[in-house]
Ligand binder design. Structure first.
Ligand code: M6R
Length: 606
């Protein structure tokens, strides 16, 4: 939810810390702050401001001291509003220790009461500040050893956290910790980094270290020591980051979201590469699918919508029952799950707390876990038996686009795999789907070539108060995804419905001029006829129909043509115009496309 970066090394720290914050701002943009260690023993230099990083940058004049180590934070507010006081870093009473945090400290109220009794004075309403004071005391009792203090403090904390701390007595040292929240080490030459994700330091180094649960990283410019909470030194697990800095830049596009929409053909092709006719042994070796009698997909938001499409494909091709569950609901209703359950968490970030917790619940009850994830080394794949990585590359815009497309592709690949393993998929059908999958990147490209008129059309509905999305079969989850995109970007009432459900209530929403986006099933199919009737029903009540279809449609007021493909795969093509509508609507309404209000990219709190 928050972005965290720490730098220690040969450069002046302000530049890499600010650059890291710029790259991490998608994680939260309620406030931003920086603390720098200057001279041993002196107070730390600190500046923080409510609002976006730009607010902080505006006040950073020439007075920023020359320092070679520092930490920076960009916040998505949970405890305490988005004010200057609540912005991170938080200091101890002496102004010599600074701390930044991502996550939630669940026992902060009792910690704060205890610390206040001991004379600590609090300046913010955050849960984080308690940890700064606690760490300050612990450091004193550990004779100035910040890492030992961090280990002791972590044992006292409940909740989820990534923490980074510096102390002015040791200007080149940064200590970090993580529990249920991401933290990676960037390994440089004469410089090292700690950050929420690798994008923060990708222009400096492509070498990174994963940190496990309850691990402490203690870094200086020339050393990295990782320990567990008992102080035992742990081996480094270094890996090479496979994408470069340009992937995290806008590359001439006005917004990251637009760039990511246009990157979809490549992202799909990369995800399909070498997998169409069978999943690599590397992917499947950790999991035994014998005796599975149920598949449960857990996910949130857009990933959940991808899971719904997965259900259609897996049930049909692998002839096995599939439940798709909102992760936040699943874990608290104590569902029946056992060793015959295949649990499939889907997550772009691999850090979504609800999905992670749902997965852990199922694992504890014996489920086998096959994750679909876009982020190498993140917590969900690390804790899964097998992982099918999507290769969407970094997705920076808060609204998910290319990650969704690649999640759909991963669902098809998984469904085919299960169909093959279980011997349930007809050979001829399999060959047909494999051929259609291979053509998807080019067909998405074709859709993208025709979006300009759609952008102009979207602007005509700029002042609408509501937009409805109708679909059937895989078009239904696509309708849900279209509505989610519009809500999050245009701040407009939007809902997705299954075409057949209309007359059971939602049709009452239709009024003169209500825009309705109809996602048409394949031409000539039974469902296309049913959908055509649904369109007549809403048209008769005044709706304006924008149809997404693979054939002409006389009843449509506006038509967006997409290429023909297999009926299950059509979701990949039909969603593209909906992404463009949401994007254009946000632009037309003057909204912040890449950082919509109230949202953050990774939801690492419940
Ligand atoms: O990282 P995840 O895929 O687990 O994230 C799940 C949702 O938070 C995410 O898809 C969210 O709904 C997107 N902002 C939607 O565009």
């Amino acid at each position: 939810m928050c972005g965290i970066v720490g730098y220690t090394g040969k450069e002046l720290a302000l530049t890499p810390v600010l650059e890291g914050l710029r790259r991490l701002e998608y994680r939260g943009y309620d406030s931003a702050g920086i603390a720098l260690a200057v001279n041993a023993g002196e107070k730390l230099w600190i500046e923080k401001r409510a609002g976006k990083l730009g607010n902080l940058e505006e006040i950073l004049g020439d007075s920023v001291p020359k320092s070679h180590s520092g930490i920076g934070h960009t916040r998505w507010a949970t405890h305490g509003g988005p004010t200057d006081e609540n912005a991170h870093p938080h200091l101890d009473n002496e102004g010599k220790l600074a701390l930044i945090h991502n996550g939630i400290i669940e026992n902060y109220i009792e910690l704060r009461a205890e610390l206040e009794k001991r004379g600590h004075v609090f300046k913010s309403e955050t849960d984080t500040e308690s940890v700064a004071h606690l760490l300050s005391d612990a450091r004193k009792s550990h004779k100035g050893d910040l890492a030992a203090a961090m280990r002791e403090v972590c044992k006292q904390l409940r909740g989820s956290f990534t923490l980074l701390a510096i102390h002015s007595d040791e200007p080149g040292r940064i200590v970090g910790a993580r529990r249920n929240s991401p933290l990676v080490v960037g390994v440089g030459d004469g410089e090292n980094f700690l950050a929420s994700d690798v994008s923060a330091f990708i222009s400096h180094t492509k070498r990174a270290l994963e940190l496990g649960q309850d691990e402490i990283a203690d870094i200086t410019a020339d050393s990295i020591v990782i320990t567990d909470l008992s102080g035992k030194v742990l081996p480094h697990n270094e890996y090479e980051i496979s994408w470069d800095a340009s992937a995290a830049e806008r590359g001439g596009y006005e917004h990251f979201m637009l760039k990511e929409i246009f990157e979809q053909p490549k992202a799909i092709a990369d995800t399909l590469l070498g997998r169409i006719t069978g999943l690599d042994g590397e992917v499947t070796k950790g999991i035994n699918l014998d005796g599975i009698d149920k598949v449960v997909i857990v996910a949130c938001g857009t990933a959940y919508n991808a899971g719904l499409v997965g259900k259609y494909a897996i049930e049909k091709w692998a002839n096995i029952s599939v439940d798709v569950e909102l992760a936040s609901e699943y874990r608290y209703r104590e569902p029946a799950v056992d060793s015959k359950t295949l649990l499939v968490p889907i997550s772009q970030s691999g850090e979504t707390m609800d999905t992670l917790m749902a997965m852990r619940y199922a694992k504890e009850h014996g489920a086998r876990v096959f994750a679909v994830c876009n982020t190498n080394g993140s917590t969900i794949p690390r804790e899964s038996d097998a992982v099918l990585y999507t290769h969407a590359g970094p997705e920076i815009a808060v609204a998910s686009t290319k990650a969704f497309e690649t999640q759909l592709v991963a669902m098809y690949l998984l469904a085919l795999h299960l169909g093959r393993v279980r011997g349930t998929i007809d050979k001829k059908l399999m060959v047909q789907i494999e051929a259609e999958l291979a053509e998807l990147p080019a067909k998405v490209e074709q859709v993208l070539e025709t979006v300009e008129p759609l952008r102009a059309l979207t602007r005509k509905f700029k002042d609408s108060t509501s937009m409805l999305f109708l679909g059937r079969h895989v078009g239904f989850p696509v309708a849900l995804e279209g509505a989610l995109k519009l809500k999050e970007l245009a701040y407009m009432h939007a809902e997705g419905f299954a075409g057949g459900e209309l007359k059971h209530g939602p049709i009452a929403l239709i009024d003169e001029g209500t825009p309705v986006i109809a996602i048409m099933p394949a031409e000539g199919s039974l469902l296309a006829e049913k959908m055509a009737s649904n369109i007549q029903e809403v048209k008769a009540r005044g709706a304006v129909i924008i149809a997404i279809a693979d054939a002409p449609l006389a009843s449509a007021d506006h038509l967006v043509r997409i290429p023909k493909t297999h009926e299950f795969l059509a979701a990949v093509l039909a969603v593209v115009p909906l992404q463009v509508i949401a994007y254009e609507m946000a632009v037309a309404r003057g909204n912040d496309v890449d950082q919509p209000r109230n949202l953050a990219k990774s939801v690492t709190v419940e």
